[in-house]
Design a protein around this ligand. Structure first.
Ligand code: ADP
Ligand code: ZN
Length: 750
């Protein structure tokens, strides 16, 4: 019989901001080897791109003509890099968040696997090291060996295969000795992949297992019962800070392993991964793989490979770890589920918490969302029965929650006749705390020395040339900096507008607080933690270690300080100001402030002595502050829910935000008006409420003007119908779609 070579075709997604897929012709050889999920280098426009095969076709779809097709270039992988499960998850993400499939797949893979430029040589690969092992000896030849050669043989005989480098040292021989033995076929030199282990340093944490409290046991029993069923289940674990949530996560992960399944834990911040990873590594050993963006590419590739091979069955990581190629996933934990860092702030916009829920559904796993301050949406879902609510209302060891008090800065102002950075109450508390040999944390969510520079002669403030924000003064570096685009300028001596010398620095940042405390209390040992001091991972870990060991009395910093850390000797937390956060023009500003204060208050009094929290504000009666002080989550929830209902915000509407951006203000404004017109046209039945266009609260960012349109819909389906149809119509009317971002469920509308 004559064999027929069937040419087949590959449909691919490209890692670019384009929504369509492309089809290429494969050679017979490629057709034999290609699998869905593998990478394929293809010509696109004038360049070559690394794409992902999303479907293989035996026949050409009717809408395509053979003559229009191009040949694929190289098939990169003999087997898929993206498993069918991950591909399916990526499809869900692309569909739900209305983003390109190729961008999602790229985000799901370790970095470095989709190089932009040609040349497979740049792909990340396993790290190979040179090893040496003995070969079976042919007798009789032994007496012909030199002494050095004999040492090599006996070293290998006693210790087995060795790294070439260590063999040379141990046997005290040169490389030529080993290669002469290779020529005699007595030893074999070969390359083998070695693992780049991100946790290789700094282990040595205690593995103590606590006896669970009654409350912990009850929560764990409910989770385990669902895990035993092997079906999808979802929990919201609402536990105050220090209530022992982490212990529950670890037991549940252990349970997953004992059921023969694997487990994943997502944490919001890179800064927190070392803390947790070491705890997990102590508990689960080499089965732990770690995923986060400050690992080197090689490390990430190796960890990813270990997970894919099934060597590592416990994954911990930040946002993108939700796509880790874990097989037979039994449990997903999302710690601090309310954190906005689970949301990716660029395309593909996805929220890893929500992807975790969907992944659990698809893989019949259990998902546990944990927080001391659950997001309003999650608590609402729990109330509606979508998640099972489990609670740990008390701290371990019945330690009382810290005593929190509001300091009314209006009366402080009245007393002194001028604004003060520190109230007397807070200064007194810092002094007392220090005298008792205890520690304090002082929080201000603004880094730098002064938040802006004002000319008192003409009123000019110095703005970033690229963004609609004032530049922040950083004294130690002697520059003024934009916190959005990192634009830097020398500090002006005279006002750039009027040329006069009346320049004043207004609004204090963490750098100034640190200096003020040093002046006020010369004996106080102060350190600062914010993005300026912690650009390097080592410095950050060192400051935390010093604080932990009692070498520092007072830690000043931004919200980086608020999370996760457990310092038993901290009995005072001072919040210098929350007013800027409360005033942000965003529907989540109250929720965020409530969360921040509750979290930072949770840092006080974790040891044997009770903690105290002082919050300075000019808005002492704000409900977010009152409820945070009372540690009353449900009280806050009820009040915030009413606000959301009255103003039609999530969870009462499905929210979409359309941002039109570009360098030319007139064009951005016109495009956004045109977009609005098209949205109205497809919204004739008034399924959605459409607001805008209006300049976004950050009206200019990184040199681009920004106009915003909000869509509020009764259901996600209506939201998508209107948004999709509106965008399609706008594209047809000539608007450049690259200047329009659609965000589904935005976490903020700044
Ligand atoms: P959370 O994650 O809720 O903030 P953690 O799990 O970190 O709380 O627990 C707070 C502290 O209590 C930690 O130091 C932890 O080691 C300890 N701890 C947790 N569970 C127990 C227990 N059952 N008995 C004693 N100590 C515990
Ligand atoms: Zn800027």
């Amino acid at each position: 019989m004559e064999s027929v070579t069937k040419t087949s075709y590959a449909e691919v997604a490209v890692p670019l901001h384009v929504f369509q897929t492309f089809t290429y012709r494969l050679t017979p050889e490629q057709s034999d080897q290609a699998e869905v999920g593998a990478r394929l280098v293809v010509p696109l426009g004038r360049s070559l791109v690394t794409s992902y095969i999303v479907a293989l076709l035996d026949e050409l779809p009717v809408n395509l003509a053979e003559v229009d097709l191009k040949d694929a270039h190289d098939l990169v992988d003999p087997e898929p890099v993206c498993s069918p499960e991950i591909l399916q998850l990526a499809r869900w993400v692309a569909d739900y968040y209305a983003c390109p499939l190729g961008e999602v797949i790229k985000a799901a893979l370790p970095p470095g696997m989709s190089p932009k430029r040609r040349g497979a040589a740049r792909f990340i690969k396993p790290k190979l090291r040179r090893f040496v092992r003995l070969r079976p000896a042919e007798n009789s030849a032994e007496h012909k060996l030199t002494d050095a050669q004999r040492r090599v043989i006996s070293t290998l005989a006693s210790s087995g295969p060795m790294l070439l480098q260590s063999l040379l040292k141990t046997a005290n021989v040169s490389a030529s000795t080993v290669s002469s033995l290779q020529k005699k076929a007595r030893v074999e030199i070969y390359d083998e992949a070695v693992r780049r282990d991100p946790l290789a340093e700094g282990l040595g944490i205690s593995t103590e297992e606590h006896t669970l409290t009654a409350a912990q046991l009850s929560v764990l029993a409910q989770i385990e019962e669902q895990m035993n069923s092997g079906a999808y289940s979802a929990f919201l674990l609402h536990g105050v800070t220090g209530s022992g949530k982490t212990e529950i996560y670890m037991r549940a992960m252990n349970k997953a392993l004992s059921l023969g399944r694997s487990a994943m834990m997502l944490v919001p911040e890179i800064a927190l991964t070392p803390v947790f990873s070491r705890r997990l590594r102590a508990r689960f050993g080499d089965q732990v793989a770690i995923f986060h963006s400050s690992l080197q590419k090689g490390e990430r590739f190796d960890e990813w490979t270990r997970v894919r091979n099934g060597e590592a069955r416990v994954v911990i990581g930040t946002r993108s770890a939700v796509f880790a190629p874990v097989q037979n996933l039994g449990l997903l934990v999302v710690d601090e589920e309310h954190e906005s860092s689970y949301r990716q702030q660029e395309s593909p916009y996805y929220n890893a918490r929500d992807v975790a829920i969907v992944r659990a559904q698809k893989e019949s796993a259990t998902v546990v969302l944990g927080s001391a301050t659950p997001s309003l949406e999650s608590f609402h879902n729990a109330r509606k029965g979508k998640y099972q609510l489990v609670a740990l209302p008390q701290r371990i060891g019945a330690r009382p929650m810290a005593d929190a008090k509001i300091v009314d800065m209006r009366t402080v102002f009245a007393r002194h006749g001028k604004p003060r950075v520190f109230s007397d109450e807070l200064l007194e508390a810092i002094r007392e705390t220090r005298e008792r040999g205890e520690q304090s944390i002082i929080l201000l969510n603004r880094r730098g020395y002064s938040s802006f520079i004002l000319c008192r002669s003409c009123g000019e403030t110095i703005q970033c040339p690229n963004c609609d924000v004032t530049l922040t003064y950083h004294r130690s570096e002697r520059v003024i900096v934009c916190h959005y685009c990192n634009h830097r300028e020398a500090v002006p001596r005279v006002c750039p507008a009027c040329g006069k010398k009346y320049i004043y620095y207004v609004g204090e940042g963490t750098e100034q607080l640190e200096e003020m405390l040093r002046l006020l209390f010369p004996a106080l040992r102060v350190a600062r933690i914010d993005r300026d001091t912690t650009a390097r991972r080592k410095v950050f870990e060192q400051s935390l270690a010093d604080f932990s060991a009692g070498r520092i009395d007072t830690l000043v910093g931004t919200q980086m300080l608020a999370k996760g850390h457990d310092f038993p000797n901290v009995t005072l937390v001072g919040v210098v100001s929350v007013d800027a956060g409360l005033a942000l023009p965003d529907f989540r500003s109250a929720e965020r402030t409530f969360q921040l204060i509750t979290q930072v208050a949770g840092r006080a009094g974790r040891g044997d002595r009770p903690g105290r929290v002082l919050i300075q504000t000019y808005h002492p009666y704000h409900y977010a502050l009152r409820h945070a002080c009372a540690q009353d989550y449900e009280g806050f929830y009820e009040e915030e829910l009413r606000y959301r209902q009255n103003h039609s915000y999530p969870p009462f509407v499905a929210l979409g935000s359309l941002l039109v951006h570009g360098p030319d203000l007139g064009r951005v404004r016109n495009d956004s008006l045109e977009l609005r017109k098209q949205l109205d046209r497809v919204n004739q039945e008034r399924k959605c409420r459409i607001l805008g266009p209006a300049p976004a609260p950050l009206a200019r960012l990184k040199g681009e003007h920004r106009f915003q349109i909000l869509i509020k819909a009764g259901s996600r389906k209506h939201l998508r119908e209107v948004a999709d149809a509106g965008l399609r119509a706008a594209a047809e009317s000539g608007i450049n779609m690259r200047s329009v971002n659609l965000e589904i469920d935005p976490v903020s509308i700044m």
